[in-house]
Ligand binder design. Structure first.
Ligand code: AKG
Ligand code: FE2
Length: 368
């Protein structure tokens, strides 16, 4: 079997021109609200990321925190009803409550992460007028939501929140290697080096390559870049090119699906809640083997269009589990704290854990 057939993630042709400055759309002569001067947008294509400071108001962001409270409450109630949680910890705020619940029911934070219901508040932020104006500068006149979105509780010192170096296309199917899938990474509080901000490797997209990834990182479901290869393959230096990106609530980081990134450990006291909302052009690969459709959010030629969010009532995590474990897989019960996805079959599985077991996968070693 060819290496490519065995590990479908590997060995695909590189298309740097779809991610670098050559991919920058024509920039507007008059800026709409939220739009940035062309020299800022250039940075997104040159460096692979762009920090946009003080973009959202509290009025725009706080409904998302309320929605997060509702997610946590739903998860707590579910565990409580099953008799596995004594105290609902209703007196704790959104930056603490899940930590207390997770202590009594380990994996509660994973249940929140894979809850999979897209609240109205997240839809509104995703389709925010100024954000879509900005995305037009990156993607052109038609902008879709990409189905791979996350709400992340990165709890203090919690091993599940540790996210190693990866390129997002390491999680997505290989068709995404020719699809620009920018993400807006939006924290719901100030993020610092202490509480788990992002680190991005500047210019790590310039070769257009997806370097080899391995499964799975420690006891998580996360894919990880093979650190013995990434510097050579992606022509980067871990010593010189890593940028640590603390940002305030209201700011966001845009980055593409090829630029390597991770988040640093949360040594703070609060849960570092963040959203990652992705975008794409219509008609291009979404990265999920065509299983979930992009949703059109902006058509410059049709100002009256409104998004049809109905495809996103499906819980992507359940769908991904079926895609990975097979149609006959036992359906996951509502308290199942494993998380699986197609990336587990796209790269060499060197380390097994309860997540890979849930997908019915056996590590091939060697262990790292
Ligand atoms: O939020 C994090 O810690 C990691 C985020 C990430 O990898 C992403 O949004 O693609
Ligand atoms: Fe990522």
């Amino acid at each position: 079997m060819s290496i490519e057939a065995k590990y479908p993630g590997q060995g695909k042709p590189a298309h740097p021109e779809l991610f670098n400055l050559k991919a920058m759309p024509e920039q507007p002569t008059e800026l709409k609200p939220g739009q940035l001067p062309a020299d800022k947008i250039r940075l997104f294509f040159e460096k692979g990321f762009l920090v946009v400071e003080d973009f959202f108001t509290d009025t725009e962001l706080n409904p998302c925190l309320t929605a997060v409270e509702e997610i946590v409450d739903r998860v707590a109630t579910r565990i409580h009803k099953a008799g596995k949680l004594q105290d609902l910890h209703e007196d704790k705020d959104v930056f603490q409550r899940l930590t207390y619940i997770d202590k009594q029911f380990p994996g509660a934070a994973i249940l929140a992460h894979k809850d999979g219901i897209l609240p109205d508040a997240f839809q509104n932020l995703w389709a925010n007028e100024r954000l879509l104006n900005l995305m037009e500068q990156i993607l052109g006149p038609k902008v879709c939501a990409n189905p791979i979105w996350n709400v992340r509780p990165k709890a203090p010192d919690h091993p599940d929140g540790e996210i190693p170096w990866h390129q997002d296309s390491g999680y997505f199917d290989p068709a995404s290697y020719t699809s620009l899938l920018p993400v807006a990474w939006i924290p719901l509080l100030d993020v610092t080096e202490e509480n788990g901000c992002l680190q991005i490797i500047e210019g790590g997209h310039k070769t257009g390559k997806v370097s080899d990834h391995l499964n799975c990182f420690a006891n998580t479901w996360h894919v990880m870049l093979d650190e013995s290869k990434m510097e050579d393959t992606l022509e980067i230096s871990l010593e010189k090119d890593v940028r640590t990106l603390p940002i305030n609530k209201g700011s966001l980081i845009l980055f593409n699906n090829l630029v390597p990134h991770r988040s640093v450990p949360n040594k703070g006291k609060q849960i570092r809640w963040s959203l990652d909302l992705r975008f794409q052009r219509p008609g291009e690969a979404e990265g999920l083997y065509g299983e979930l459709a992009p949703v059109l959010l902006r058509d410059r030629d049709d100002p009256s269009m409104t998004p049809d969010w109905s495809p996103y009532v499906a819980n992507r995590h359940l769908q991904q589990h079926q895609m990975t474990a097979g149609e006959e897989a036992t359906p996951l019960d509502k308290l199942d704290t494993t998380l699986t996805g197609p990336w587990m079959k796209q790269w060499r599985l060197v380390h097994g854990n309860r997540h890979t077991e849930a997908a019915g996968l056996v590590p091939e070693g060697p262990e790292r």
